[in-house]
Write a protein that binds this ligand. Structure first.
Ligand SMILES: C[S@@+](CC[C@H](N)C(=O)[O-])C[C@H]1O[C@@H](n2cnc3c(N)ncnc32)[C@H](O)[C@@H]1O
Length: 209
């Protein structure tokens, strides 16, 4: 009950809170999403910020587990090629309403919030068609050798509950590569925090000794 009310508040402030960051992120979102076609799984649609960037020939299946975010996203769903579902990515394989596999998976600002990012990386592999592509735009930990990275590590225990589960300390780039994803194109950049942007394809899992 309290969590639901808090999620409602977060959904209301999400777009204004990210507005200045979006001035930079928008170009990256557009560049990645303009490449989509066929069946696309968008993981954690949030308030639906990406919907306007999909080409009309992409059939988008967007999933969002927070009822408050889902309601916000419904208002931005203004095209018939976007389908929105109130569910978590972990529920996708069992859902009769979604394809078994996708041509593209879109993972933007979401691997920080899932319960187990390694399981989700494996799930992405399972859900991609052979030759399918994973489009990634995720913030990453700056590393404990930097002042900012140390700051992220210290504030994370407070930030995580305040942000409904977002972790500042994850390295989704490394997690995806360990899961066997291979970048066809990748870019690291800094705006506010450190970011990883990539187009990846599924390969073999990296074996650690
Ligand atoms: C920081 S928001 C990002 C929203 C959007 N992807 C964007 O780029 O602005 C993270 C979203 O991921 C959602 N989320 C958290 N866990 C998830 C899961 N297991 N499956 C799908 N979405 C999830 C949250 O509800 C939240 O709306």
């Amino acid at each position: 009950m309290i969590r639901k009310a808090y999620q409602h508040i977060l959904a209301q402030i999400y777009d204004p809170f990210l507005a200045s960051l979006e001035e930079v992120l928008t170009a990256h979102r557009k560049e990645l999403l303009s490449q989509t076609h066929g069946q696309v799984l968008e993981v954690g649609a949030g308030t639906g910020v990406n919907f306007k960037f999909y080409p009309p020939h992409a059939e988008v299946f967007a999933v969002e587990p927070s009822p408050a975010m889902y309601k916000k996203a419904l208002k931005k769903k203004n095209a018939s090629n976007i389908h929105l579902f109130n569910m978590a990515v972990e529920e996708v394989p069992a859902s009769p309403h979604l394809p078994d596999r996708f041509d593209f998976i879109v993972s933007m600002l979401v691997m920080c919030s899932v319960k187990d990012e390694r399981k989700v990386a494996d799930l992405y592999k399972q859900l991609l068609k052979p030759g399918g592509k994973l489009l990634v735009l995720e913030h990453i930990h700056s590393g404990n050798h930097t002042f900012y990275g140390k700051f992220q590590t210290i504030v994370n225990p407070v930030w995580r509950p305040l942000s409904d589960g977002c972790n500042l300390t994850r390295r989704q780039d490394l997690v995806l590569k360990e899961a066997g994803f291979v970048p066809l194109k990748e870019e690291y950049f800094r705006t506010g925090t450190d970011w990883y942007k990539a187009i990846m394809m599924a390969g073999n899992k990296v074996k650690n000794n």
